[in-house]
Write a protein that binds this ligand. Structure first.
Ligand SMILES: [Zn+2]
Length: 158
């Protein structure tokens, strides 16, 4: 079933075209009405949150202890995320059990922003911003396919 989205701005323009002037009260009433007709699902993506990274540093190694948990939430293969991290951090490391370990000392901010970048590139739909997507391979090319809006966007291999 296709979702119906009523754009409050369009409602507004229509109203003006009819030649009548609109007072604030009418405008807000219309806005409220339009808003109430937007399915709640449209707002759901804003609730999507990457779990906080549990970071552990020892000597010259940095681990993300809950790497597997995060991969599960993002619905991605931990090894795929790992590949991205290793390339971006320009280091070596491994994923084992539930944790990912990298050679070198990396701070919370660096790792957090990397996870965010991965999510924006390889998880969230660029059109509707929802996380219900999957990576598919067609003729040697990779695509991010959205299960919510049906969009298919080509993505770069890591
Ligand atoms: Zn989408």
């Amino acid at each position: 079933m296709k979702e119906q989205y009523i754009n409050p701005v369009l409602v507004n323009i229509k109203f003006y075209k009819s030649g009548k002037k609109m007072n604030d009260e009418t405008y807000f009433a219309l806005l409220e009405r339009a808003r109430s007709k937007i399915p709640k699902k449209v707002f759901e993506h804003s609730r999507f949150k990457i779990p906080p990274l549990r970071i552990f540093t020892e000597g010259n190694k940095t681990s993300i202890l809950n790497f597997k948990e995060i991969a599960d939430v993002l619905n991605r293969d931990p090894n795929h995320i790992m590949k991205f991290f290793l390339r971006e951090l320009a280091t070596r490391g491994n994923f084992e059990g539930t944790r990912a370990t990298f050679i070198g000392r990396f701070g919370q901010l660096t790792l957090k922003s990397l996870m965010k970048r991965y999510t924006n590139k390889y998880v969230l739909c660029p059109f509707c911003n929802k996380p219900e997507t999957r990576i598919i391979k067609e003729d040697k090319f990779l695509y991010l396919q959205c299960l919510s809006c049906g969009a298919k966007e080509s993505i770069k291999a890591i």
